[in-house]
Design a protein around this ligand. Structure first.
Ligand code: 2X7
Ligand code: FE2
Length: 297
């Protein structure tokens, strides 16, 4: 097969609070409300993605951390209980998801061709991380499509943001080639927050929005600078600023998710649709979509 294509790249952050506030049957804790700006932004993005139509979600999560190379989930079906280690009061989620193992293997093969260190994760008892689950749930709550899950190889921690970007751009090229060969329509999810400084205490009622705000004006300015570039379609400038942004805003972009996704799209001069920006326990989060011109929703 050929003629597969990436029909959208999305920034799809994964604060478990957003799933908690939606009260889906899979999640045990119940909420009254909360973080509506971000949740309604996700809702608008879902509508656009549904209009475009796609076969598979490919997600790279900062919370599946591998220190020797990039790993790919290689188990056809995964089900278990996912509990957030920091927020077990908010997120105890029963998942049951299908994996497109053939596409995962094909991305892995292409990544090897790029010279990256890789591994297929074949442990049938592997517990899928909450970042993968949350971004996929918020993008497709019916779970009626398979996913490909990719780990975050911690090149930023080992080396630098520059080395991370080199590797993630290679992984992006590999992803684009594998998707093209698959014949499938793929949506890519970069599962990360922007500025990432958490408050160290939580309100008695987590969804008490009178307690939610940006951690600092400095971090807010960083988030706005990045979003402004995205809205203008200056995606190479986003990558150029990434080392400074990641360090100064203590950003979850250190995971490489955003660089990988922009790389897979070919770092186009393409204005992004910013569906929402909002904070979750002080961290900055944006729901954003990039649509190649031929597939505009
Ligand atoms: O993992 C997260 C996150 N990235 C941001 C906010 C709150 C919780 O979890
Ligand atoms: Fe996170």
């Amino acid at each position: 097969m050929s003629n597969g294509r990436i029909v959208a790249g999305c920034l799809a952050p994964h604060p478990p609070h957003l799933v908690y506030a939606e009260n889906p049957p899979q999640n045990e804790p119940r909420a009254e409300c909360g973080w509506e700006g971000l949740r309604w932004g996700y809702e608008r993005m879902r509508k656009d993605l549904d209009r475009i139509g796609y076969d598979v979600l490919i997600v790279l999560s900062p919370h599946w951390q591998t220190y020797i190379g990039t790993h790919f989930l290689g188990v056809p079906r995964c089900s278990s209980l996912s509990v957030d280690p920091i927020f077990p009061n908010l997120f105890r989620y029963r998942y049951d998801l299908e994996v497109d193992v053939a596409l995962a293997e094909s991305i892995r093969d292409e990544a090897e061709r790029e010279g990256l260190v890789t591994k297929m994760m074949r442990n049938p008892d592997f517990r899928v991380d909450y970042g993968t689950i949350t971004s996929c749930h918020l993008t497709n709550p019916t779970w009626d499509k398979p996913i490909v899950a990719i780990s975050s190889c911690r090149a930023t921690a080992w080396y630098s943001v520059e080395v991370m970007q080199e590797q993630q751009l290679a992984l992006g090229r590999a992803t684009a080639r594998a998707v093209a060969a698959s014949g499938k329509r793929a949506v890519l999810l970069a599962s990360n927050s922007l500025s990432h400084r958490h408050f160290t205490t939580e309100a008695a009622v987590p969804e008490d929005m009178s307690r939610e705000h940006v951690t600092s004006h400095a971090l807010y300015l960083w988030d706005m600078r990045m979003l402004d570039l995205m809205r203008q379609g200056k995606n190479q400038a986003v990558l150029d600023l990434m080392p400074e942004f990641t360090t100064q805003a203590i950003s979850e972009t250190d995971s490489g998710a955003l660089t990988w996704m922009l790389g897979a799209l070919g770092v186009p001069e393409l204005p992004a649709e910013v569906y929402a920006y909002g904070t979750v326990i002080g961290t900055g989060n944006a729901v954003v979509g990039w649509y190649p011109p031929e597939v505009t929703p």
